[in-house]
Design a protein. Structure first.
Lengths: 464, 411, 78
């Protein structure tokens, strides 16, 4: 059969399995149908819920404005799929083209899309993690449990980790009138994602809203009472904080364990794929029937030195899912590269924080508009003389401009005047990112080098 | 590159009924320097990118002296600029202060709660046309409606309309490009006089509200609010003058252009009658197809800007040709067709970026309610004159009268 | 009815919060919060909000088989 003939047969009668039934999985399924795929579509999701939206969980839901089960994603179209929800994938046989499921069943595919995303990193000490009152926040069920407890008005809340999720949780708690302590290992909140200069603004925001913010400390232990309820947290500086609720917000772990022995290039940093969303195998050879999208993917980006980027971004999940879906049902010359500009937002303490590009790659930052002290500003990040990222606090209307500056690799610092330039915006300063080799839970963009696999291939020269 | 006086042809009154072929000609060169001096930007993406470009200023003080003179944008020695002619941070502060009594986050329900009131005002105005065989849509409905609304919102006595109508008209014509130096001088003088008189009038009202506040925007602006403190007395005057003028020199055109377009497209009129919810996307399409604000002639550059292969030098006067951008076939399929339920209609009708129309939600509601009521209640309407007579304005373009023959008024 | 807002696109114009204040609320000047599953009585308001969004960031599934709005198009300058 010719290649074209194969593609036509596949598009009309093929079998596509999507492992991961959240935002990326759903949008991919819709896009597959939009692209004219009429074969069978199987959606596998470990959670029992139909695809729902996660960003509201740390905001509207914790504030009690939206019930956790009111977050199901709107459908763009009917997908006509077989949904296998509440069932996790446990293994992958690349040769047999088969996905093993936790209920003992298995599903065969002609092409596979992996959108298994990430999960919350739990508190590392298991016994302490099991104390009543210790939570993580990633899923709808997590949000249900945490909201239920916050509603009861606990006497103290401790948030461990001041990345975006931790900061948003702290914001919601303060808005509920709860007393909140935030413990952050780094020098400031958001420091891993946005650097020390912006981190200082985030710290100021937290403190001005009544958060007891402790930076540069680690939580060394959680202590419970006789009934197994968490009561006290011990800090590395010797302090102890009373808390009835502890939220562990230490970032995410990629859901790749089920692929451990599959031969796919999957590991703790994610699943490597090419710009067309095709997964690499452990040998660094690209597959042609396994595709990846969303938080679990890591793919090379030409604007950022072709490093593999892992993006825990809502918009990336949608964009990459659409590209993956298109490429899954297209001939190789019709395929499209995924060249999405990293973008994210966070709402906390009444401020809208948005970013484009890859801030953690930067060495310098300059406030081009507005003022850090007023918590309303636009700042550009520079890397080796060009603009690599930008961030706005309540100035989202300017971000499009900086995005196009990043796209055209415009010089840094910017060589032009802007409206609302203040004295503080005349000179770039060090961006203040922590040493990237240290573990961090802050960034939502991870630069993960140039190697498609986590395993090193050792090149052994043949001896003469 | 210099255009052959294309701007003069666009502003030529003879071309007022249909400037769109001239815009199409203009778009052949996305950025062009007009003989009269300003740079005209006419294509969608270029306009949109400049609306978000922090090197673009709305503050006339950043124009070169030559550009200011050529386009008649000299500073008014009597009054400071309103927020439309200011950059951040002054713009942002004043706009937030003006928003506080108008919309979210502080007053989220103000416009929403006017629904019933807006519906009643339209109904009364249409009732007033009973017994007529021909109405003038402008004088009978699309002018008095938004004027009544903006007066109530601000707290300006409706009966004073006779007083400020002429000032408002004069000010509204201010941004229109003029040809000769004499015209420019004469206009500048008349606009300044109108601004002074309107300011004096509003200052009196604001002082009165400061002493005895009511539930209106003038009182709120006089009293001040929240983290941004309050407006100075002169800021309250320039801001309320802006809202009063903008509130009744623009929506009138949206409603009139809307009815004109519907009468030219009877199938759409029929559809709207059967399907009132169509008014929602239909008004967006109107904002694209026949926008009340045709261009933004009051921008300048803080630096040399390289756009679409042309360098606009620092301090130049820049005209963003919104109505042309919204008809750009590179952005909109069938750009010259009126498609009432067009999807992905990111038109430029209200601008974009930080100066995006302040009153947009109110204008949207007014137009939706007015058009829905008109098609429902006017019996057998047809245009008595096409094209209708236009107002002289090139920037705030719209018919001066819209005579419509009707079979009667339905209940 | 279900909806989602692409907050990467959102620039805080607040049109939705004016037109459907029971569904969309501004948190501060620019941050938007919304009810992803509003009551059906909000249908007309939600439609007004979705159509008025200058960046078409609101995707709605009206729940009656009508196509979702706001999913198409160019989201940015380029």
């Amino acid at each position: 059969m010719s290649v074209d003939g194969y593609l036509e047969a596949f598009r009309s009668q093929g079998r596509i399995v999507v492992v991961g039934a959240s935002l990326a999985g759903l949008r991919a399924a819709e896009a597959l149908r939009d692209e004219g795929f009429t074969g069978t579509l199987t959606m596998i999701g470990d959670e029992p819920h139909e695809p729902y939206d996660r960003p509201p969980l740390s905001k509207q839901v914790l504030l009690g404005k939206v019930p956790p089960d009111h977050t199901a994603l709107p459908r763009r179209r009917l997908v006509d799929a077989e949904w296998r929800l509440g069932v996790a994938a446990t293994g992958l046989d690349l040769a047999a083209k088969r996905v093993q499921l936790s209920d003992g069943d298995s599903v065969e595919y002609d092409r596979l899309l992996i959108t298994t995303g990430v999960r919350a990193r739990p508190w590392p000490r298991e016994l302490e993690a099991e104390l009543d009152g210790v939570f993580v926040l990633r899923t709808r069920d997590d949000a249900t449990r945490l909201h239920h407890r916050l509603k009861a008005g606990p006497r103290g809340v401790l948030v461990i980790g001041a990345g975006f999720t931790g900061s948003e949780i702290a914001s919601a708690c303060r808005e509920r009138g709860l007393s909140v302590t935030v413990a952050e290992r780094g020098a400031a909140p958001l420091v891993g994602a946005l650097g020390g200069v912006v981190g200082e603004v985030a710290a100021e925001l937290q403190r001005s809203h009544g958060v007891d913010l402790r930076c540069g400390v680690q939580v060394t232990g959680l202590e419970g009472d006789a009934a197994g309820r968490v009561r006290t947290a011990h800090f590395s500086d010797g302090a102890a904080v009373e808390a009835e609720v502890v939220v562990v917000a230490l970032g995410a772990t990629r859901n790749t364990e089920w692929l451990a022995d599959s031969g796919l290039g999957a590991g703790p940093r994610g699943i490597a794929c090419d710009a067309g969303c095709r997964a690499f195998d452990v040998r660094g050879i690209v597959t042609d029937d396994v595709f990846v999208a969303g938080d679990v993917a890591r793919s090379p980006h030409p604007l950022f030195g072709y490093q593999f980027l892992s993006l825990e971004h809502w918009g990336n999940a949608v964009a990459q899912a659409e590209i993956a879906a298109h490429n899954m049902v297209s001939a190789s010359t019709d395929r499209r590269p995924h060249l999405w500009m990293p973008s994210f937002w966070s709402a906390q303490f009444g401020v809208n924080i948005k970013s484009v590009g890859v801030p953690p790659m930067a060495d310098q930052i300059i406030v081009t508009q507005g003022s850090l002290a007023e918590h309303r500003f636009t700042a550009a990040y520079g890397h080796q003389g060009r603009i690599i990222a930008a961030v706005t606090f309540d100035q989202a209307k300017w971000l499009d401009f900086y995005e196009s500056e990043i796209e055209r690799a415009a010089p840094f610092p910017p060589e032009f005047p802007t409206v609302d330039r203040r004295p503080e915006g005349m000179q770039p300063v060090p961006a203040g990112f922590p040493d990237p080799s240290l573990p961090s839970h802050g960034p939502t963009v991870t630069l993960s080098g140039h190697s498609p696999t986590d395993r090193r291939i050792t090149f052994t020269p043949r001896r003469a | 590159m210099t255009s052959v006086a294309l701007l003069h042809r666009i502003t030529d009154f003879a071309n007022r009924p249909d400037p769109y072929p001239l815009y199409a000609e203009l778009r052949k060169t996305p950025v062009v320097r007009d003989e009269a001096g300003p740079y005209l930007v006419s294509t969608y993406w270029e306009i949109r990118s400049l609306l978000h470009d922090p090197r673009i200023s709305s503050d006339a003080r950043n124009l070169t002296a030559e550009a200011a003179k050529a386009t008649g944008q000299d500073q008014d020695p009597d009054l400071p600029p309103n927020f439309l002619r200011l950059d951040p941070p002054e713009h942002d502060r004043l706009r937030r202060l003006a928003t506080a009594p108008f919309g979210p986050p502080d007053t989220p329900r103000r416009v929403y709660d006017m629904h019933g009131e807006l519906t009643d005002v339209v109904a009364e105005l249409i009732d007033g046309c009973r017994g007529k065989e021909q109405i003038d849509l402008v004088d009978d409905i699309s002018y008095p409606f938004p004027v009544t609304v903006i007066c109530r919102l601000l707290g300006v006595p409706r009966e004073d309309e006779k007083l400020f109508h002429e000032w408002a008209d004069t000010i509204a014509a201010g941004p229109d490009p003029v040809v000769t130096d004499e015209e420019r001088e004469a206009k500048l003088e008349s606009v300044r006089r109108a601004r002074r008189e309107l300011a004096g009038y509003l200052a009196g009202l604001i002082e009165e509200r400061r002493r005895s506040p009511r539930d209106d925007m003038l009182s709120a602006m006089a009293a001040g609010h929240g983290a941004d403190g309050r407006m100075s007395p002169v800021e309250a005057v320039t801001t309320s003058a802006l809202l009063l003028v903008a509130g009744h020199e623009t929506t009138v055109n949206l409603i009139t252009n809307g009815m004109l377009t519907l009468l030219r497209n009877p199938d759409v009129l029929q559809r709207l009658r059967a399907e009132p919810d169509l008014a929602v996307p239909l008004v967006e399409e109107l904002l694209r197809f026949e926008p009340p604000v045709q261009m933004l002639p009051q921008r300048t550059t803080l630096a040399d800007i390289d756009i679409a292969g042309t360098i606009i030098p620092k301090g130049a006067s820049v005209y963003l040709m919104l109505a042309s951008g919204s008809r750009d076939p590179q952005r909109f399929t069938d750009a010259d067709r009126f498609i009432p339920d067009r999807s992905d209609n990111q038109h430029l009708g209200f601008g974009h970026g930080l100066h995006a129309c302040f009153g947009a939600p109110l204008a949207r509601l007014e137009a939706q309610l007015a058009l829905t009521a008109l098609v429902r209640r006017l019996d057998a309407p047809r245009l008595a004159e096409d094209p209708p007579p236009y107002r002289p304005n090139a920037v705030l373009r719209g018919p001066r009268h819209l005579p419509i023959a009707i079979g009667g008024i339905k209940d | 009815m279900r909806l989602v807002v692409d907050l990467n696109r959102c620039q805080g114009y607040a049109q939705c919060a004016f037109l459907a204040p029971d569904v969309f609320t501004m948190h501060g000047d620019e941050a938007l919060m919304y009810d992803p599953q509003p009551d059906d009585e909000q249908r007309r308001n939600v439609r007004r909000a979705a159509e008025a969004c200058p960046v078409r960031a609101i995707t709605v599934e009206y729940g009656d088989g009508a196509p979702a709005a706001g999913t198409a198009g160019a989201s940015r300058v380029g």
